[in-house]
Structures are given as structure tokens and as C-alpha cells.
Write a new protein. Sequence first.
Length: 183
Amino acid sequence: MISLTIPCAREELADVAAGDSVLLSGTLHSARDAAHARFAETIAAGGQLPFDMRDQVIYFVGPTPARPGRAIGSAGPTTASRMDPYSPLLIERGLAGMIGKGRRSPEVKASMLEHGCVYFGAIEGTAALLARCVTHSETIAYEDLGSEAVRRMQVTDFPVMVVNDLAGGDLYEQGPAQWRRTR
């Protein structure tokens, strides 16, 4: 198990490979479809994004309301491909990592390789367990989007797996190939 503190520089991500299990601690930002669309509009208009993307990690999640004593409610990963039209814009601005579920498009993977960004997978079906890793959460932008608002979250030992690494490794390709029988 590899432990990483976020935000993190590209150099720190160079040693992780597709298939590695990682525990993230530090600051994550949440953003889903609607927030990503607003990011793109802001960039197109020459505006300033709600936070500096450099060395940050975005979790594709829209958590449910927090129960008493909790920072957030259930926090399962959203299908990452829904953010694919917008991700290269953020990766070009220094985004270091993304967390979601499912495969990424060839365009996103090419942008990740060119600019140095890692895609982590969070295990779906563990939303309540993942939420326990969040110690603090605050809305920092687009409050009108409700659960899809942009949040800054402090996490401790947030479990993820490296899906796409800085060397072009892809767990969705490597995993099945490793177990394929030769005839």
C-alpha cells in the first residue's frame, strides 16, 4: 500500500503504477458533471476557476447530506467518462489526479500522458465507507448545484487504486491481460 499526501507534484506520482493500491490524505476537491460544465464556461470566458488546479486531485462525487457528527453523507464515485469532455481543460491547467469509476476516453488518456495526470479508481458500492475517510468538507463554489457543488474536503487514508499512470499504464487493459489464458 502506497500513501500519498495531496495536493501532490507530478514527481510524487511518478512512482505509482496501474494496479497499485494507494491511500490518499490531505485535500481533495469534489466536482461532477454540472461543475465541470461551469469550469469549461469559465475557462472559455477567460475567468478564474474556483481553485487553482495545479497539483490538485478532483473526486467525481456528489455526496449526500451529512448525518450528525459526519463531514459528508455517502460519497461513492461517479462514472468518470461523464467528465471526459471537460477533463483535458483541467489537466492542461496542472490537475494532478482524478478519482472516479470506469474507463477514460483516448483523448483524456492522451492529455494525462502529455501533461502528467493520474486517474485513480474508487470502489463503487463503498460510498458509506469512503465517506468515513472525509474529516472535513466545505462548499467553495456553485452552491446552487446542491450535491454537485464544488467542495474542498480533507481526507485521511482515502483508498483508491491507480487505473491510469504517468507511463501510460491502464488497469482496464493490463488486468484482464494478466489473467487471460493462452491457448
